[in-house]
Design a protein around this ligand. Structure first.
Ligand code: VG1
Ligand code: CO
Length: 556
C-alpha cells in the first residue's frame, strides 16, 4: 500500500464536546474537514499510538456515515493502523461498539454518531473516539485531539478501491486488515450473560396480557430490538415499532423523551400497553414508559440499583458503588446509603464514569438525560436498561404477581421518598444571551456570594452556590465549570449549564429538584410539585429576561 502525504490546513472548530465532535453534515463535508479530524484522533492515541493498532469502527448509520467510513479506512491505512473492525454496513450501536472494543481487545474505536440529534443532509453528523476500555476518550485525550487539529499540516492516506461494507468477512491489503462483523451478534451474547432470559421468556408466556412496545425511533437499535424482543424473548411482531434504521431517522428527532417519543406514549396509553420503551439514534439512551407511568431517568437508575440483586450479573459481581452525573437527582444517593456502598457525583458526560468503572469502584450509574448503564461496558446502554427493567419485573412477579412499572415506582417512593425532578431545555438560544445568563449567575455566586447565601426566595433559603468542580478520585484530574448549582437549606437544587452536544446556537439546560418524604405528595404531578421552585429558578437566573424566551423548547 502506497502512503500519500496530503498537505492540509487546520480548522479551528474541532473541539470535541460532551460526547465527541458534532456539527452539521455540511461542516464535515468541507474540504479535508473529516480527514483532519481523523488524523488528529490517530495522532492523539495513547502510546504506542496508531501504528500497528486495531480499531473498531461503526455508528448509528446516519447520513454521511458511508463517506466517513471510507475516509477512516484511507487515513487509518495511511497511518499504518493494522486492523479495522467495522460493523456490517457501518452499523454499530454505541453500546455494541463499546462491547466490541472490549471483547476483541482493540486499542480503541471511532464511533460515527450525533446520538439523538436529527440526521440527514441538512442535519447533524458526529465523530467520537473511544479508548481501549471501550469508553469515550477522557478529557486529556479530547483536549489533545483539539490541539492537534488546530496545528495539523498533513494527512497520511492510502487510496483504496471501494470496500464492500455489506459482506461479513476479512480482507487483507498487505499489512492492513479490514474485517466486517455482524453488528448485533456479540451484543446479544453480552445481554444474555447479564440477564435471565429464561425467566423473562417464562414471565411473558405466563402473562400474555403483559404487553410490550419497543420503539427504535428509526435509529440504530431497530435490528438489536427485533433480535432481542422477537427472536430471543419470543414476543409478537407488534411488540416493536419504528425498528427500520434510516439515515435520517425518518425525519424525526431520535430522542426518547416525552416530547420526541410521543408516538410511543400515545400508543401505550391508547392500547393499554404495560411496558413501553424507546431508545435514541445511537442506542445509548432509553425511556421506560408504562400505561400511566413515566419513569423519570433519575428514578430509573435508582430503581435498577435498588433491585440489582434480581439480575444475575449483579448477583455474581455484587454492587461495588453507585454514581450519577451532577445534575441527576439524588434518588440513587439514597439507594447507595441504604446499601452502604460508595456514591459518586461526576460532571455531565459518560466519560467521567470511566475511571471509576475501570477501578472496580462503580457498578451502576446514570444521567438524568435518559442515560443508564453499568460496568458491563463503558457507555450508557439503552437496551441494557430496558431489559434490566423487564428482568426486574419478571423476577418480582415470581413472588408477587401483578406488579408492574407503576407499583415498582410507588414502592420505591414509599421506601426512599420521592425526588421530584424536571429539566427545562432552551434550545438554539443566541450564544451571547446564553453567556449573559451564566455571567449573571457567576456574579451572584462569586463576587455577590456574601449577600446571596442565606437569601430567601419564596419558601427556599440558599445554603450553597458554586460552579461544580470535579476531582477524579482515580487519576486526580480536575474538571472546572461543570455547571452552576444553587442548593437550598431543604436540599432542593437548581442547576444550570450550557449543553456541549448542540450544533447550532447555545442550549441552556435548567435542572430542578425537590425531595419529599411526605406520602401525600407521591402521586402529585411533577410539574405541579415543582412549580414554586421553577418560579424561583426563573427569578434567580433571569432566563426569560436574558434570552427573550417565554418557555423552554423541551420539558422532561
Ligand atoms: C447531553 C446530556 C448528557 C449526555 C450527553 C451525551 O449533553 O445532557 O447527560 O451524556 O448529551 O448523550 P449536553 O452537554 O448536551 O447536556 V448522547 O446519547 O447525545 O451521546
Ligand atoms: Co445517544
Amino acid at each position: 500500500l502506497e502512503v500519500c502525504t496530503i498537505p492540509t490546513k487546520p480548522y479551528n472548530d474541532q473541539k470535541p464536546g460532551t460526547s465527541g465532535l458534532r456539527k452539521r453534515v455540511k461542516v464535515f463535508q468541507q474540504e479535508n474537514y473529516t480527514h483532519n479530524f481523523i488524523q488528529a484522533i490517530l495522532d492523539s492515541m495513547p502510546a504506542p499510538g496508531a501504528k500497528g493498532s486495531t480499531l473498531v469502527v461503526g455508528g448509528d448509520g446516519r447520513y454521511y456515515s458511508k463517506e466517513a467510513i471510507e475516509i477512516i479506512i484511507r487515513v487509518a491505512a495511511g497511518n499504518k493502523v493494522s486492523k479495522l473492525i467495522i460493523g456490517q454496513n457501518g452499523i454499530l450501536s454505541t453500546p455494541a461498539a463499546s462491547n466490541l472494543i472490549r471483547v476483541l481487545k482493540a486499542d480503541g474505536g471511532i464511533l460515527l454518531t450525533a446520538s439523538h440529534n436529527p440526521g440527514g443532509p441538512d442535519n447533524d453528523f458526529g465523530i467520537k473516539f473511544n479508548v481501549n476500555n471501550g469508553g469515550p476518550a477522557p478529557e486529556n485525550i479530547t483536549n489533545l485531539i483539539y490541539e492537534k487539529s488546530k496545528d495539523i499540516k498533513q494527512i497520511f492516506l492510502c487510496e483504496f478501491p471501494e470496500i464492500d461494507l455489506s459482506t461479513i468477512g476479512e480482507r487483507q491489503f498487505d499489512g492492513f486488515t479490514i474485517k466486517i462483523v455482524d453488528s448485533v451478534h456479540d451484543y446479544v451474547i453480552l445481554l444474555k450473560e447479564i440477564f435471565d432470559f429464561d425467566l423473562i421468556k417464562n414471565f411473558f408466556v405466563k402473562n400474555p396480557d403483559y404487553t410490550v412496545l419497543f420503539d427504535g425511533m428509526h435509529g440504530v437499535t431497530g435490528p438489536y430490538g427485533k433480535r432481542i424482543f422477537i427472536e430471543e424473548l419470543g414476543l409478537p411482531q407488534s411488540s416493536v415499532q419504528s425498528c427500520i434504521s434510516l439515515p435520517d431517522f425518518g425525519g424525526g428527532h431520535p430522542d426518547p423523551n416525552l416530547t420526541y417519543a410521543h408516538d410511543l406514549v400515545k400508543r401505550v396509553e391508547k392500547e393499554n400497553i404495560k411496558f413501553g420503551a424507546a431508545s435514541d439514534g445511537d442506542g445509548d439512551r432509553n425511556m421506560i414508559y408504562g400505561k400511566g407511568a413515566f419513569v423519570n431517568p433519575s428514578d430509573s437508575v435508582a430503581i435498577i440499583a435498588a433491585h440489582a440483586e434480581l439480575i444475575p450479573y449483579f448477583k455474581r459481581t455484587g454492587i461495588k458503588g453507585l454514581a450519577r452525573s451532577m445534575p441527576t437527582s439524588a434518588a440513587i444517593d439514597l439507594v447507595a446509603k441504604n446499601k452502604g456502598v460508595e456514591m459518586f457525583e461526576v460532571p455531565t458526560g459518560w466519560k467521567f464514569f470511566g475511571n471509576l468503572l475501570d477501578a472496580g469502584r462503580l457498578s451502576i450509574c446514570g444521567e438524568e438525560s435518559f442515560g443508564t448503564g453499568s460496568d458491563h461496558i463503558r457507555e450508557k446502554d439503552g437496551l441494557w436498561a430496558i431489559v434490566a427493567w423487564i428482568n426486574i419485573i419478571a423476577a418480582i412477579n415470581e413472588k408477587k404477581p401483578g406488579v408492574g412499572i407503576k407499583e415498582i415506582l410507588f414502592n420505591h417512593y414509599e421506601t426512599y421518598g420521592r425526588n421530584f425532578f424536571t429539566r427545562y431545555d432552551y434550545e438554539e438560544v443566541d450564544g451571547e444571551n446564553a453567556k449573559k445568563v451564566i455571567m449573571h449567575l457567576h456574579h451572584l455566586i462569586g463576587e455577590g456570594k456574601n449577600e446571596f447565601i442565606g437569601k430567601t426566595f419564596g419558601q427556599f433559603i440558599v445554603s450553597k452556590a458554586d460552579d461544580f468542580e470535579y476531582c477524579d478520585p482515580i487519576d486526580g484530574s480536575v474538571s472546572k465549570n461543570q455547571g452552576i448549582r444553587i442548593i437550598f437549606t431543604d436540599n432542593s437544587r437548581i442547576v444550570i449549564r450550557l449543553s456541549g452536544t448542540g450544533s447550532q446556537g447555545a442550549t441552556i439546560r435548567l435542572y430542578i429538584e425537590k425531595y419529599s418524604k411526605n406520602p401525600f405528595d407521591y402521586e402529585m404531578d411533577n410539574q405541579i410539585a415543582l412549580k414554586p421552585l421553577i418560579e424561583v429558578a426563573l427569578e434567580i437566573t433571569k432566563l426569560q429576561e436574558f434570552t427573550g424566551r417565554e418557555k423552554p423548547t423541551v420539558i422532561t
